[in-house]
Structure formats: C-alpha cells, structure tokens
Design a protein around this ligand. Sequence first.
Ligand SMILES: *[C@@H]1O[C@H](CO)[C@@H](O)[C@H](O)[C@H]1NC(C)=O
Ligand SMILES: *[C@@H]1O[C@H](CO)[C@@H](O)[C@H](O)[C@H]1NC(C)=O
Ligand SMILES: *[C@@H]1O[C@H](CO)[C@@H](O)[C@H](O)[C@H]1NC(C)=O
Ligand SMILES: *[C@@H]1O[C@H](CO)[C@@H](O)[C@H](O)[C@H]1NC(C)=O
Ligand SMILES: *[C@@H]1O[C@H](CO)[C@@H](O)[C@H](O)[C@H]1NC(C)=O
Ligand SMILES: *[C@@H]1O[C@H](CO)[C@@H](O)[C@H](O)[C@H]1NC(C)=O
Ligand SMILES: *[C@@H]1O[C@H](CO)[C@@H](O)[C@H](O)[C@H]1NC(C)=O
Ligand SMILES: *[C@@H]1O[C@H](CO)[C@@H](O)[C@H](O)[C@H]1NC(C)=O
Ligand SMILES: *[C@@H]1O[C@H](CO)[C@@H](O)[C@H](O)[C@H]1NC(C)=O
Ligand SMILES: *[C@@H]1O[C@H](CO)[C@@H](O)[C@H](O)[C@H]1NC(C)=O
Ligand SMILES: *[C@@H]1O[C@H](CO)[C@@H](O)[C@H](O)[C@H]1NC(C)=O
Ligand SMILES: *[C@@H]1O[C@H](CO)[C@@H](O)[C@H](O)[C@H]1NC(C)=O
Length: 835
Amino acid sequence: MVCASAKMQKKSPFSLSGVFYTLLSISVVFAQPSPNVQKRISQAIAAASNQTDIDYTAFVNPFIGTDNFGDVCPGASIPFGMAKFSPDMTGYAPAGYVTDNTQFIRGMSPLHDSGTGSSLGTYGNFEIMPLLCPGGFDTCTTTLAARERLRKNNTDDASPGYFSLTLDNNIQMEATATRRAGLERFTFPTGSTPYFVLDLANDLPASFAGGNLTIDPTLGRVMIGGHWGSSFGPGNFHYQAFACYDLLDGGKQELAEYGVWTGDTEGLDAKGLGQTHLNLSINLIGGVYESGALFSYANKPKTVNIRVGVSFRSEEQACANAESEIGNATFEEIEAQAKALWQEKLSKIEIDVPGTPPNVTEMLYSSLYRGSLTPNNATDETQGVFENTTSFYFDSLYCSWDTFRTFYPLMALHSPVEFAQIVDNYIDGWRKNGWMPECRANNLPGWTQGGSSGDNIVAQFAVSYHNEAEALGIDLDELYAAVVTDAEVNPPEWNIEGRQSNVYNQYGYVPFAVLDVSSTGRQTREGSRTLEYAFEDFGIRQVAQVLGKADDVAKYTNRSLSYRNVWDAAVTSDGFKGFSQKRYSNGTFFFVDPVECSPNDPNPNSECSLQGDNESGFYEASSWEYSWYVPHDTNHLIQLMGGNDTFVKRLDHFFSAGYFDPSNEPSFQTPIGYHYANQPTKSVDQVRKVVLNNFDITPAGLPGNDDQGAMATVLSFHLLGLYPVPSSTQLLVLSPFTPKYTIHNSFLNVSTTVTTVNYNAKSVQTTIPAGVAAYVKSVTVNGVPASSRCHVDFYDTFRVGGDVVITLTSDKTEANSCLGSVPESISAGGFTQAR
Ligand SMILES: *[C@@H]1O[C@H](CO)[C@@H](O)[C@H](O)[C@H]1NC(C)=O
Ligand SMILES: *[C@@H]1O[C@H](CO)[C@@H](O)[C@H](O)[C@H]1NC(C)=O
Ligand SMILES: *[C@@H]1O[C@H](CO)[C@@H](O)[C@H](O)[C@H]1NC(C)=O
Ligand SMILES: *[C@@H]1O[C@H](CO)[C@@H](O)[C@H](O)[C@H]1NC(C)=O
Ligand SMILES: *[C@@H]1O[C@H](CO)[C@@H](O)[C@H](O)[C@H]1NC(C)=O
Ligand SMILES: *[C@@H]1O[C@H](CO)[C@@H](O)[C@H](O)[C@H]1NC(C)=O
Ligand SMILES: *[C@@H]1O[C@H](CO)[C@@H](O)[C@H](O)[C@H]1NC(C)=O
Ligand SMILES: *[C@@H]1O[C@H](CO)[C@@H](O)[C@H](O)[C@H]1NC(C)=O
Ligand SMILES: *[C@@H]1O[C@H](CO)[C@@H](O)[C@H](O)[C@H]1NC(C)=O
Ligand SMILES: *[C@@H]1O[C@H](CO)[C@@H](O)[C@H](O)[C@H]1NC(C)=O
Ligand SMILES: *[C@@H]1O[C@H](CO)[C@@H](O)[C@H](O)[C@H]1NC(C)=O
Ligand SMILES: *[C@@H]1O[C@H](CO)[C@@H](O)[C@H](O)[C@H]1NC(C)=O
C-alpha cells in the first residue's frame, strides 16, 4: 500500500495500530454517514431476487474505507472517472473526505484519487464553498481557516455517481459526475443570499506553484488554471490543471456580486468587488498564500446549480468538457447516466443475492465498485511528454506495486478492453519516459516501491489475452520491449520508475551498501527489492514464453530465482530457520531481525517505508512476511524452509503469533500458502479469518489503505473463493462466500457460472463451525473433474465460459489435500508452457 508517505509519518505498523485504537475509541461518536445509507442498502439487498434485472448500484456502500486510514474517496464519479467530486476536510484526509465528524469541511472539489495513503493528501484543487455572508461581500469568510465548518451529524450520503453533505449551517452540497465534468447543486436555507468562495490556490497538499483566475460576469463563467505538486513523489515537478465553473444554470440564475480575494494566515484578507482577474506566480519564499473568486446570487434562490468542467490541458478544454459531457442536462439526468455506467460495470459479476449473506453482498459490490473507481481516465487530457500521445492515458497508477497482485488479475477475468487501455498507457509511459510508470500520480512520477511492478501488470495482460492482443490494440513485441527495458536499462534515478538493475543484474541481488557509479536512489529495501525484482523477472519470462523466445525464457527464469540469493539459511526466529535478508556485495548477509517492521516489532521507532534510515531491508513489511514472497516458486521455498511439515507449522505460527499484517500488499497471498504444501483446508480457514477479522461494511471496514482498489480486489477474490497467481493464468481454488456467481466477459462473449454445491451461509464465520460444509471436496469444469481441487486455469474456465462446480464438504480431513497437483512452481516443472 502505500504509497507510503502515510507510513513514513507513522513510523511503524506498531505505532500505526496505536493510532488505530485511538480512532476506534472516537468512532463511537462518529455520526457519519447518514444511517439511511445502510438502511437503503439493506432494504435493496433484502428486496433483490436472483433475476437478471437487479440494480447492483443499490448494494454499493461508498463509505466503506472512509475511516481507519482506508483513504477511500466516496465522491461522485463514473467508472475510472478523471473527476471525483468530494468535499475536502481538515486533518488526515488524503482523498479529501473522512467520516470523522470533528473534522472541518474546506469545500467541495472535482479532482481526487482514491485509497492512497499520501500523508498530505492528493489533488483537492478548485474547492468551492457555499457561504452565508449576512454582513455582505467584504465580510465573507474566504480563507481556508475562516470558511471551514462542521457538518450536520448523520447527513452524509453517497451512491455510485452521487454525493451529498449538509453543513452545520444547513446548506446542502450535492454532486454528480461525468468523466471530466460534473454538476453541483447547493440548497440554501430559505430567504438567504447564496455566496460562494472559489479557491484558486489551495489544494490538499498545499503545493500551489502559480496560476490564473478569470471571471466573465456576462457569461457567468469562472476559468481557473495553474500548477501544483506531487502527492507521493519528488517535489521538483509540477503538473498543470484547469477548471471551468459555469454559474448561471443556462440563464436560470443571476449573479448579484462578484470579485476576487487574497488572504493568508498572517492577517491578509483582502477582497476586490467587481475585479475579474488574478494572476499569481509561485511564492518562492515558501508558505501558502490563498486567493480565489467570490460571488453571490440575486433573488435569494433556494437552490443553485453549478456546472464544472476540468482539464489537464487548458481552461478552454475544461469549458469544452463541461459543454460536451453535460451541456444542458439536468442533475437527475447526469446522475442517472453515471448510475447506468456503474450498473454496466457491476453487473459483470452477478451473484445469487437471496442465497448470500447480506454483508457479503454489500462487501462484494462495494469492492467491485472500488475495483473500477480508479485509475483515473485522463485520456485526451495529457500534458508534458504525453502532450500529443494517441494512446490512452490514466492518472493515479498509485502504485503498481499495490495493484499488480489482485487489481489487474480481477480485471483480466471480465474487462479485457479496459485492461488493454491501461496496458497501452503503461507501454506509452515506456515510449515517452524510457521506463514504464511505477507510481504515476498527479500526472507526475511517484516513488518506486518494489521496482518495476508494471512488468507484472502487462505480463498479466499478455498471458491472459495474447490471442486477442492485436484486436485489443496491443502490440506484444512492443510490450515485450518495454518489460525488457525495465529489466536491462538502469534508470539514472531509480527512486522513480524503475529498478537498480545494474547492480541487481551483476550480483544476482540488490546489494546493500554497494558502490553504484551510474545511478542514484535511496539505499533501502535491498531484501524486498530483490524479491520483487525476481517476481518482475518472472513476469518477463511469462511474456517471453508467450512470444516463443526460448533463450529469454531461460534467462529470465534464472533471474526469477534470484530470491534464493537473499535467503540466509542461518537466521533463526521463534525456532524457524532461514529468512530473507539483505546482503552486502561481498556476499555477507546483513542481519535484520525478522520481527522488525512486523506487527510484533518491539521498537516503535523502526522505519519501515522509504525513510532515509537504511536499516530495514524490507518495504512496509517484515522479513517474517516477505520471506513467503515467491509466488512463482513456492515449492522450492518449502524446501528452503525445511519441507512441507515445517512450512505448514511456520505458516500456523506466523498467523497465531501475529506476524501477519492484513493492512498491506506483501501479505496478500500468504494465507493461501497452505495450498502449496497440499493442505488446502488450512487456506480456507485462514481466508475466513482474514476476511471476517479485517473487513466489514462500516467506514472503518478496511484494514488499511485501499490503494487504488488493491484491498477491494483482494477481498473480491476472497469472497469469490479464488486467488490469482499474478503474471500467470492459474487461479487457486478456495471456498466461495456465496452459493453461486456468474462472471460475464462481453469481449470474449462468454459467461462462466460458479456454483458452490453444499454452500452453507453458516460457514461465513471467523471459525468455520464443525459439521458445516466449507472445504473443497471436488471441482468440475464443464462437467469434467478438474485434475486438482486446488487450482484451475483461466483458459479452461473464465475464458471459455460454462460451468464450474465447487462441491463443498464438512469433512476437513477428507478435503485436506489437492487430490492432484499442488499449484505450479518453476522448480517443480510448473509454468512450462503458455496457454
Ligand atoms: C455531532 O455529534 C457530536 C456528538 O457525537 C457532537 O459533539 C457535535 O457537536 C455534533 N455536531 C454538530 C455539527 O452538531
Ligand atoms: C434463485 O436462487 C434460488 C436459490 O439459490 C434457486 O433455487 C433458483 O433456481 C434461482 N432462480 C433463478 C431464476 O436463477
Ligand atoms: C496565466 O495564464 C496565462 C495564459 O494562459 C499563462 O501564460 C500564464 O503563465 C499563467 N500564469 C500563471 C502564474 O500560471
Ligand atoms: C500573467 O502574468 C504573467 C507574468 O507573470 C504573464 O506572462 C501572463 O501573460 C499573465 N497572464 C494573464 C492572463 O494576464
Ligand atoms: C442549451 O441551452 C441553450 C439556451 O437554452 C441553447 O442555446 C443551447 O443550444 C443548449 N445546448 C445544448 C447542448 O442543448
Ligand atoms: C505537441 O505538438 C505540438 C504541436 O506540434 C508541439 O508544439 C509540442 O512540442 C508537442 N509536444 C510534445 C511533448 O511533443
Ligand atoms: C477512457 O476514456 C476514453 C476517451 O473517452 C474512452 O474511449 C475509454 O473507453 C475510457 N476508458 C475507460 C477504461 O474508462
Ligand atoms: C541459469 O543459471 C545456471 C546456474 O546459475 C547457469 O548454469 C545457466 O547457464 C543459466 N542459464 C542461462 C540461460 O542464463
Ligand atoms: C563484507 O563487507 C562487510 C561490510 O563492509 C563486512 O562487515 C564483512 O566482514 C565483509 N565480509 C567479508 C567476507 O569480507
Ligand atoms: C546506512 O548505510 C551506511 C553505509 O553502509 C552506513 O554507514 C550507515 O550506518 C547505515 N545507517 C543505518 C541506520 O543503518
Ligand atoms: C509438498 O507436498 C506435495 C504433495 O504431497 C508435494 O508434491 C511436494 O513436492 C511437497 N513439497 C516439498 C518441498 O516436499
Ligand atoms: C454485518 O456487518 C455489521 C457491521 O459490521 C455487523 O454489525 C453485523 O454483525 C454483520 N452481520 C453479520 C450477520 O455478520
């Protein structure tokens, strides 16, 4: 997850849990969102039948993950919308919104990311705040500090494509959205004159670097544009953004007063009635200054409708986007259109609603919603080196290290067209910048976490859709050239977009404290970077295999085994022997206590993210956690750990001793490790615990940052009883939380129904009760028994359509083997040919 400046601040998971408990005790008085949100969802689920006309948008709770550092944006958005209209709040609120009712509202704004943990927040430009200024124009509270207000308790509301919040002065703010525009509706107390402050300078990270604002009073239009900085990347770069606010609702509304203002926190609070222009450059001495427009409406209207367009190219394009995407449409029309777009996405997976526990239905559809909320589709809104690109363009790839594990594998099951567009965008990053993006956000490079995780994303596409790649607009040779560049061409500065490939390729691991004369980056994470680079090499190997490049298959297969080079067989912890460790270039291991940066780390000051302190060899995780991370060669890992029995005991200990950290991505596949030791029932038990101890339908219902849908999609897989091996087409079989579901793939024109025979809703508990069927007895695919009950392949199932039947039993002993092959591993002769 993240994207970690949050963790950079929070020091360690240990102190993180401290914060968590503090907030939990406050959450007793949390009064958001409106109780009607859950009531409405519960009623919709209760009323739904398993007919085909189900409104899946009614099951989505956009507030899940808006507390407890989930950092989800609940604002109004279409699928992959570039615009996400949400209020911005004070305190720790990277996505703008939090449920915490002690935080103040700064305004509502059109640009946000979702699920990212950057400590200062991301976007939040162009905030608008409705005001009552009983003393008139000059008395309006325009600066941030002066205008912030609390909300009315129990009033926040949201559904796909819609958001609403009511301030404590009874002004309601609502929004709905298109891809690059939206409509805002403000309802004022009867008899008041509506005033609005529109903010030019403030964004959430306070990164303003100059901009303009122009009011055209005749047109009733405010055009704004400027430059701002990164939320999770170097401060050296700035991006441009623009907005166009149309204030007159097609002539139905009339302005009374208008003007501009500037202010700061040191006493500047100046207003210019009748002035129409601001032109401000970057403040080089530092500090945040504030400025914007201020206007009011004639005739005391009860509601005010404002149309907003955004663009990353120009003010004119921001206005044109509003005109083309909204035109004269009403709020209700745009809301209905947004909802229809969501219904199209959500209905790609249909479940047996009456047979499924309501909380599971709500968690699943809310997760599928967030699985299509980002990355933000900024196609035709490119800037910088992408200015003239003809490729698709997505912002908020935040970060690839988070999303390659489950986000893109889920997309591969049902949405190859969208997946191909995002792959095109990754390849275009290589074309324009030299390497594929690792963590692009705010249209700027973000910090590297694992290396070049984009390799695993495009590899997922290549292994899944190489037969259709051309039809989907992807040139596989170019895709391959991009991943090979990531592996072979050392970027001069690998803190952004890339690997320290020179030393990794030379030593077979990323050495600690190595002389590197040709590239720069922060000397940290040598253990986890080696493990991630190795898995990235597996991704490249998989593409080489698809393309029939035998020599490269051998080369990258070898490199994918580099994880072995950081395995220190001598390290012992809690009686278990052998752990991943960072290592000097002379081969000597550098001992890091495997407990460090785990939830059991006794040192609250351990630096576990990107901090300058270079002691921890593992990124946002411990060696206890990362030592499991060999998804492509677990069979050999089992040997390193001392065989199946020891491996299973070690996994048991890992969970019971509390080393598992469900809040972050390196942990995603660990609970399913038992499959590889031929004890699949233990994976089923563990996944039940992971889901029910860490996820629920409340705002605090995510264990950590959603990370651009990473958490949402790992939960989706758990609920569907599947787990993907990234960069492959293998799907591990677990125990679905629903009796029946169908995944539609409209591009391939196939539908696949998974039926869970003997499903028992009583199994949806932390501990599966004795006698309740929950363990996989058999798997058949289109009537033919699968060769193993532990795994199936995408090519035999969701690619061809038809029926998958998972029959469950309560007989755990009988079910505790794969009855066939364990999942594939390179060293056990797995992954021998492309499907
Ligand atoms: C919201 O409720 C809390 C108690 O839960 C109370 O302290 C606070 O004043 C209320 N906020 C408003 C705006 O009424
Ligand atoms: C609806 O679900 C029930 C229970 O799972 C099942 O018996 C019935 O056949 C389903 N009906 C349709 C139309 O799928
Ligand atoms: C203001 O806008 C003009 C014209 O678009 C542009 O040339 C200028 O650089 C902008 N100024 C700032 C400070 O962004
Ligand atoms: C804003 O000021 C800059 C100089 O700081 C000037 O180049 C630009 O033309 C001005 N833009 C407008 C729209 O007045
Ligand atoms: C919107 O309404 C205005 C005024 O009624 C009209 O001139 C314009 O053509 C309309 N635009 C669209 C896109 O319908
Ligand atoms: C995009 O095209 C315009 C017009 O040809 C050119 O001025 C500009 O430099 C190009 N931008 C890039 C990044 O190539
Ligand atoms: C992104 O936007 C472009 C341009 O409107 C559109 O063609 C494409 O289908 C969109 N893709 C997604 C995934 O939303
Ligand atoms: C793979 O590694 C082995 C052992 O290190 C080596 O003998 C072999 O030549 C390598 N193969 C390739 C293709 O690099
Ligand atoms: C390797 O280098 C480290 C750090 O300089 C040193 O402590 C260690 O003794 C060296 N090992 C060998 C075998 O020389
Ligand atoms: C970081 O690495 C440098 C170079 O090996 C070393 O001198 C320094 O002590 C290390 N710092 C920590 C906190 O490990
Ligand atoms: C673990 O057990 C499975 C199934 O019996 C077997 O295929 C595999 O080789 C074993 N792994 C090791 C490392 O012994
Ligand atoms: C559903 O979730 C709510 C909120 O977390 C919880 O209070 C309730 O117990 C759950 N219901 C079931 C049946 O698990």
